[in-house]
Design a protein around this ligand. Structure first.
Ligand code: FE
Length: 201
């Protein structure tokens, strides 16, 4: 198709596709754009990585909770009233001295919305999705995280049925801290695995 003139209203291809889909579904009466806006707003402003950070801080503080989280993350997370969308099962993967965990969705952008809110743009981008599996160590270095070569990196590929939450290692020097204070050390990226928990100042 000939296309030799400039536009001043171009959307990137992904946004254009979303816009087209939304238009079609709205015209067919299958979705209500106002309802979609409410859902997006909920995930943008009400549900965010703070939920996940509270889960991690509780696991750091309470060995019984950590054990429950390890065995049945879906239930342990639901007990804090962070319920996912239907059919979403969670698995918590714990970083250790020997192993670092990294989460990706190679197929699309499956992500633990109920504990981390909306996924970052890079999480959905093809370079991250392919390279996290092929060269996780290189990807982490681009995030500014250089791990010792002796540390194993385990990559977890999310699906629509199973989403992962990385539990980073608790930083030294935080003995006796409250859960609230600990949660401030837990970033979204630390729960995806592209960062570690922050060190106490
Ligand atoms: Fe996906």
């Amino acid at each position: 198709m000939s296309h030799d003139h400039d536009h001043d209203n171009e959307l990137d291809p992904f946004a254009a596709r979303v816009r087209a889909l939304e238009t079609i579904l709205t015209r067919k009466g299958l979705i209500d754009p106002a309802a979609i806006d409410v859902i997006v707003d909920t995930y943008e402003t009400r549900i965010g990585p703070r939920n996940g950070a509270k889960v991690v801080a509780k696991a750091w503080s309470d060995p019984a909770y950590a054990d429950w989280l390890r065995r049945d993350a879906t239930a342990a997370i639901e007990s804090l009233s962070y319920t996912g969308r239907q059919g979403e099962h969670m698995q918590a993967v714990f970083n250790t001295e020997d192993t670092h965990n990294l989460v990706v969705c190679t197929l699309c952008s499956c992500y633990p919305w109920s504990v981390l809110g909306l996924p970052p743009v890079w999480y959905k981008a093809p370079p991250y999705r392919s390279r996290a599996v092929i060269d996780p160590r290189g990807v982490l270095e681009e995030f500014g995280l250089t791990l010792p070569t002796t540390k194993k990196i385990r990559v977890w590929d999310s699906t629509a049925e199973l989403r992962y939450l990385v539990v980073p290692m608790r930083p030294d020097g935080t003995e006796g801290w409250s859960e609230e204070r600990l949660a401030d050390l837990v970033s979204r990226d630390a729960m995806i695995g592209t960062a570690l928990a922050r060190q106490p100042a």
